[in-house]
Design a protein around this ligand. Sequence first.
Ligand SMILES: CC(C)(COP(=O)(O)OP(=O)(O)OC[C@H]1O[C@@H](n2cnc3c(N)ncnc32)[C@H](O)[C@@H]1OP(=O)(O)O)[C@@H](O)C(=O)NCCC(=O)NCCS
Length: 152
Amino acid sequence: MFRLMQESDVDSVTQIENLVQSHPWTRKQFEDSVSAYQSTVYEENGQVVGFCILQPVLDEANLLLMAVHPSQQGKRIGYKLLDESISLLKNDPVQIFLEVRESNAAAIGLYEKSGFHQIDLRKNYYPNTDGTKEHAVIMVKSCTDDFSKLFK
Ligand SMILES: CC(C)(COP(=O)(O)OP(=O)(O)OC[C@H]1O[C@@H](n2cnc3c(N)ncnc32)[C@H](O)[C@@H]1OP(=O)(O)O)[C@@H](O)C(=O)NCCC(=O)NCCS
């Protein structure tokens, strides 16, 4: 079940984040996200298994963060979560931006499947645990290309 994130989800979401990220968001950042952004979760059998945080900015939006619990990855949950989160945006965005580590093949694959494409590369942007840096791929999805929106 897809729904808006609530304060009671923050523990589960923080736990998922800590399992999947080398530099995870803090509990406080997730607490703030509940009201500051459009934060959503995907729940299965009463358990939160994924989350997606979008920041609407006028007629655009930024995808700030998303993740699916490692035990539930590869089941199209990420795809559904992102698709439903974008559909829920109230301001009918023209385009959605995101940045992602260049090595994150799973996320880039998901974003391409969801209609995003690369527009830039921000060099040496993300810190690695060994002190080196990694490039960020900047991607955009143009929502005006989305045929289904014509019938919304
Ligand atoms: C990125 C992530 C959210 C994808 O979620 P998921 O539920 O496993 O992905 P889905 O099953 O919905 O996959 C949808 C599409 O993404 C792509 N994809 C998913 N996993 C992939 C992988 N390991 N390698 C390449 N492409 C992949 C495929 O195109 C897939 O479509 P398909 O099922 O037709 O092959 C998940 O891997 C994750 O939580 N990663 C850790 C956190 C993270 O990196 N978040 C994003 C950056 S903030």
